[in-house]
Design a protein around this ligand. Structure first.
Ligand SMILES: [Zn+2]
Length: 241
C-alpha cells in the first residue's frame, strides 16, 4: 500500500513538473533591420511573436539596424517582446563590475525612455560568469544564454537566469532544426532559438536564410508547437517574479 502511494506521489510530482506540450521561443539578437523587413512579415503570417534583444546604441543609429519606430511596431502589432543585449555589445567577462552595471542600466534606461518595459537580458557573445550574472539579477528578471547543453529547457530544471538556447548559424540545416524541434515535441520541452541577421541569399557566419526560417516556421505550425515570447512563457509558467 505504502509503495503504491509513493508511486502515486512521484507521478503527481512528475506531471506537475512537465509541460503540457512543446514550446518554442524565437529570439533575435542585436536588432538587425532585416528582422523588421524580412522576418516580421513571415512570422506575422503564422501569427508567431518573437523576442528581440537589442543593442541600444545601434538602434536608430546604424544603417543595418532597426529604428525605434520599427521596434515599436513589432511590440504594438506583432505582440513581440523587446529585451536588452547591452548598450555597446562588449564582452562582459572582460569588464569591471562598474562597467557591467553601466551597460546593463544604461540600456535599460534607454529602453524605458523609449516606452518599452524590458524584463530580459541576453549577454553579448553569450559570454558571462558569476559576477556578470549577479549584476544582471539586479536589473533584469531573466537571462538567456546563447547555446549551452542541455539545449532544451524542462520545467523542472529552468534557471531563469540561465535559460538554455540554441544559436542558428549560416550552416545550420533544416534537418538539424527538425531534430531539435522533434525532440522538444517528444519530450514536451521548451526550445529557445537564437537568430541574428536574416538574408535572402547565401548566409554568412551569424546569418540565416529567409527560406530556411520560413520552412522552420511552417514546420512549427504543422506540428502545433506553441510559439511564444520568453516573457510570455515565463509568465504563463509562473516563473517571472
Ligand atoms: Zn550580439
Amino acid at each position: 500500500m505504502k509503495k503504491i502511494l509513493l508511486i502515486l506521489v512521484v507521478l503527481i510530482l512528475l506531471s506537475a513538473c512537465t509541460l503540457k506540450q512543446a514550446y518554442v521561443s524565437i529570439t533575435f539578437d542585436d536588432g538587425y533591420a532585416s528582422v523588421y523587413k524580412d522576418a516580421f512579415p513571415i512570422l506575422s503570417k503564422y501569427d508567431f511573436p518573437a523576442t528581440v534583444f537589442v543593442v541600444t546604441s545601434y538602434i536608430g543609429n546604424l544603417p543595418d539596424f532597426m529604428s525605434w519606430g520599427q521596434l515599436y511596431i513589432l511590440t504594438k502589432h506583432g505582440k513581440w517582446e523587446i529585451g536588452s543585449h547591452s548598450h555597446t555589445h562588449p564582452n562582459f567577462t572582460k569588464l569591471k563590475r562598474s562597467e557591467i552595471e553601466n551597460e546593463l542600466n544604461h540600456s535599460k534606461e534607454i529602453l524605458i525612455s523609449k516606452g518599452f518595459s524590458p524584463v530580459g537580458f541576453a549577454s553579448p557573445y553569450g559570454q558571462f560568469d558569476e559576477t556578470v550574472l549577479e549584476s544582471i539579477k539586479k536589473s533584469y528578471f531573466y537571462h538567456r544564454n546563447a547555446g549551452r547543453p542541455p539545449w532544451l529547457n524542462s520545467l523542472y530544471n529552468i534557471d531563469v537566469f540561465n535559460i538554455n538556447a540554441v544559436t542558428i548559424y549560416y550552416d545550420t540545416s533544416f534537418e538539424e532544426m527538425k531534430v531539435k524541434i522533434d525532440r522538444a515535441i517528444a519530450e514536451k520541452k521548451w526550445l529557445v532559438l537564437v537568430i541574428h541577421d536574416v538574408v535572402k541569399g547565401k548566409p554568412k557566419s551569424y546569418q540565416i536564410n529567409l527560406e530556411l526560417l520560413e520552412k522552420t516556421l511552417r514546420y512549427l505550425k504543422e506540428h502545433n508547437v506553441k510559439v511564444v515570447t520568453i516573457k510570455d512563457f515565463l509568465t504563463a509558467q509562473g516563473l517571472l517574479k
